[in-house]
Write a protein that binds this ligand. Structure first.
Ligand SMILES: [Zn+2]
Ligand SMILES: [Zn+2]
Length: 470
């Protein structure tokens, strides 16, 4: 509603009844509605609503002042307390006849209004506790937004935390204000909650990348000939390393007890090994590197992967929006990370009933067989992105199609080799891959190439290159 379509209607309203709105000594005189044509009737209804919102804003400002004069640190000297009301909201309720919900809305929204005690316009005032709601307060004060709508925005958006900033909340509030005129309060509340969830999700991916950017490993040669190893692992790398080391040192670190005699014997051996747990871990680390570098570079690793599992709801995976979790860890991971793992390790659907009991365990979906892996490795000869020189043994098989588009298909035409680093890049930074008639193209995201010119991938396999050229 713009002011220009309000002004003439305000004139109508004031003509018929405005003086009766404020002067209560005058008898109530209903507006002569029958004299209004349709347009004037609707316009008057809107105008009265706006006036009512202004009156509500005034009541909210008063309620916030009552709360301020009843603030906790005043103790028994507080206004509400002196009048025997348990809380300032209770006092507002007594004074206005409002429900407890309405009274609390008045108090909360009153605190957002420009010029209120906490809104920050007065330098002596307390700092604004919710600067992201400033524009919401302005809209309430101008009579364009109801108290209920403002409260829905406040509750739906929540408060900033270490992942959602004041600025992003202010931006979300501005979006909601622009939409508020066309939404019911219920819809607005739902929309505010959605925006908040969206902010949290975006931050999961951002935080994941931020943590990953801090990873490092450093070797320092010591004067005595020893080498000190220091480093930082991002959560996903840590999960892989920890799972491997736990398996190596089990049962010392409280691993499972084995019924199988050979496993039990091995566990017994580890338990009685003279080496300390720390020495066992170091030996395993060196051994893994030795085995890894000696591995056949033409075979894609993956028959036996480190035992990390990622859990995600079917809905989040299908909508490509939400979060997942590494089993045993509480830090959420982004859907991009989940999708990268579904590429290389497949998906096992687990159905639960409404009580959380397992209904059934499905079969593994979309896992390239080791035979297919050999074929893909022979074809691609290594990581396919750019001039990356990682051999097949360093690569994972990326599924060109998104999981929901091509559920269950493991045609070798739809898989290509990418090293772990480039696999992450493809999933997290929005690279697209097309493959038609044996030709693969990488399409960079717009922030890397605004024209998104496809980059043709060529096989890194000298054998295949020779075969095709003869
Ligand atoms: Zn992938
Ligand atoms: Zn690569």
């Amino acid at each position: 509603m713009t002011l220009t379509d309000t002004m003439p209607a305000l004139a109508v309203v004031s003509e018929v009844s405005f003086s009766h709105l404020s002067d209560l000594s005058l008898p109530f005189a209903p507006p002569s509605t029958s004299a209004l044509d349709d347009a004037a009737l609707l316009s008057a209804q809107r105008s009265v609503a706006q006036i009512r919102r202004r009156v509500d804003a005034t009541a909210a400002a008063l309620a916030a002042e009552i709360e301020h004069r009843s603030r906790r640190e005043l103790g028994h000297a507080g206004l509400a307390q002196r009048l025997g009301a348990r809380t300032p909201e209770r006092l507002v309720q007594q004074l206005t006849g409002a429900t407890s919900r309405e009274a609390s809305t008045m108090v909360r929204v009153g605190g957002m209004l420009p010029g209120s005690l906490t809104s920050g316009s007065d330098p002596a005032a307390e700092p604004d506790p919710h600067p992201w709601l400033q524009e919401v307060g302005v809209a309430v004060a101008s009579g364009h937004l109801s108290l209920e709508a403002a409260e829905a925005i406040r509750i739906g958006l929540g408060v900033p935390d270490d992942t959602v900033s004041v600025e992003s909340l202010a931006h979300a509030a501005a979006t909601l204000l622009a939409e508020a005129t066309t939404l019911t309060v219920e819809k607005l509340a739902a929309r505010a909650r959605d925006l908040r969830v969206g902010l949290d999700l975006d931050r999961v991916a951002e935080r994941e990348q931020f943590l990953r950017s801090k990873r490092y490993l450093h070797l320092f040669l010591q004067p005595d000939g020893m080498t000190r190893l220091t480093g930082l692992l991002d959560p996903e790398s840590a999960a892989i390393v920890t799972a491997t080391f736990d398996a190596v040192t089990s049962p010392r670190r409280g691993g499972p007890r084995f019924v199988d005699p050979t496993l039990a014997a091995r566990a017994e051996q580890i338990a009685t090994d003279e080496r300390t747990t720390e020495q066992l871990v170091l030996d395993a680390f060196v051994e893994l590197i030795r085995i890894g570098t000696a591995a056949d570079t033409n075979v894609v690793l993956g028959a036996k992967r480190p035992g990390i599992k990622l859990l995600v709801t079917d809905k989040d995976l299908r909508q490509r929006r939400g979060v997942g979790f590494i089993e045993g860890h509480t830090e959420p991971v982004s859907i991009a990370t989940i999708e990268r793992h579904t590429c290389t390790t497949g998906v096992i659907p687990i159905k639960f009933d409404t009580e959380g009991e397992i209904l059934n365990l499905g079969r593994e979906h979309r896992l390239f067989s080791s035979r297919q892996g050999i074929g893909i490795a022979a074809r691609d000869g290594g990581c396919q992105l750019g001039d990356c020189d990682r051999p097949p043994s360093w690569c994972e098989i990326h599924h060109i199609d998104h999981w929901t588009r091509d559920h269950g298909s493991t045609n070798t035409n739809r898989g290509i080799l990418l090293c772990r680093h480039h696999h992450m890049l493809v999933h997290n930074n929005g690279w697209e891959i097309t493959r038609t008639h044996g030709t693969t193209h990488f399409i960079p995201p717009p922030d890397i190439d605004p024209h998104q010119k496809p980059i043709r991938a060529r096989t890194k396999s000298p054998a295949l290159t020779r075969l095709l050229s003869t």
